[in-house]
Design a protein around this ligand. Sequence first.
Ligand code: GUN
Ligand code: FE
Length: 500
Amino acid sequence: MFTLFYGALITPKSLTEYTAAPQALVCVSKVSGVIEWIELDVPSSAFEDTLAKHGLVDLQDHEVVDLKHGEFLMPGFIDTHLHPCQVPNAGSGQEHELLDWLKHYTFPLEARYKDGSFAKRVYTEVVRRIVNAGTTTCCYFGSLHEEANRILAELVHAAGQRAFVGKCNMDREAPAFYVEPSPDASLHSTLSLISYIRGLTPDPSSALVQPVLTPRFAIACTPDLLSKLSALALSDPSLTIQTHVSENHSEIEYTKVLFKDVLPPPPHGETRGALTYAGVYDAYNLLRENTVLAHAVHLEEEEIELIHRRKAGVSHCPTSNFNLRSGCPKIGVLLDKGIKVGLGTDVSGGFSLSMLTAIQHASVASKLVTLHHGALPGHTPAADGFASKQLSIPTLLYLATQGGADVCNIGARVGSLVPGKAFDALVVRLHSDAGNPGIWGADLDKELCITRGDVKESEAEVRKHELEGLLERFLFCGDERNIKRVYVQGRFIGGTEFQA
Ligand code: GUN
Ligand code: FE
């Protein structure tokens, strides 16, 4: 009744540290899909004694997955922001910034999901590709159509992926062919979708697919609609919320014009200072510990304070921020502040479904920030902080896994491989025969590690450094050809070895 994984394991510990264990033994319950125990250092000579220590003498009832040299286990990726309905547009619309891009490319495509058969055709392929890219949890930002989102939720549920599925709310500032007719209509179909998704699993506490409240962005929502979503959010504190914030200068300016004189007072009896973009969501009770804020590129200082105070999380979407020329957020400043940060692909603002691309661009964006001023004007970054520095490998790994889980407020259940958490994991394979010519020679890493510098290392240190090297190369040169198996809640659901 257990699956035992024996081989190399990588898992984040904190924003600055991860565990690299070349000979780990991981025991996963086949019934619950939860990690029962992990032993981090099990030489082959100690394999049977270690099992016996945990009361496993007869392996007949259990499955053993032996990882080969060049393979390792790691937690699955958590994509905190992706528009599945925009996937057919990925790579197009390079000439525009946000508002024109929405008008010319995005709204016309999203309108097509009115047709359920179109939605089914696209989403069947999209969900399969996202799972095979190693995304074990995905925040899906759907179109405005209830039926298309039901279809999406069903497909995600059938695939066994962990996910949040939301239909976007938008009742203004969009073309007549793609806008909700009234705040009431928007609320009604939102409630209907929420109960449909919650009904997919008999026991909601074990549900992998959850609904998420999805106001598109402040510009596209009338104050009346936001008031209705506010009441819904207050009545349902467990409901996750996702939206966009402070992505692009024209968007921020227009948001302030639209909400200048209409905002209700802030919650908790607080008095409002100057009007800010995040402050608009706060006035409608939409900023809280299970709110996912995509982009947050140009936050003002008061907004950073506010987001921190409300314990909301930020989805950093660097590919999209480059692609739509939105800008380079100072992620190090947010991390120093203690704000939760995860990564998002934001397809099709971003052009890749792979979280590996988001990791690569998060690294490059942080390097760009260090070339200019990493800290906010007037701030001296702490020597041991993140501002003014490029994001390190441990930080990038953390943001793509545990950081994303924390942003979605499910960090106690997933995000790292430790006992008691669900086994949401990848088996990564880096050897040349994995078929990715970008990672040729990973087979040579052991030799390269031994010759790196003059430092004499023990065999154990050499193996650990070899594994760390493999992780770095996977993050920067890897792709889905290197993802051999994808597991969610212990169930094998994707990867190159998966057959439906
Ligand atoms: N702001 C409002 N809608 C969108 C969207 O679809 N993508 C991005 N990147 N930003 C948005
Ligand atoms: Fe987006």
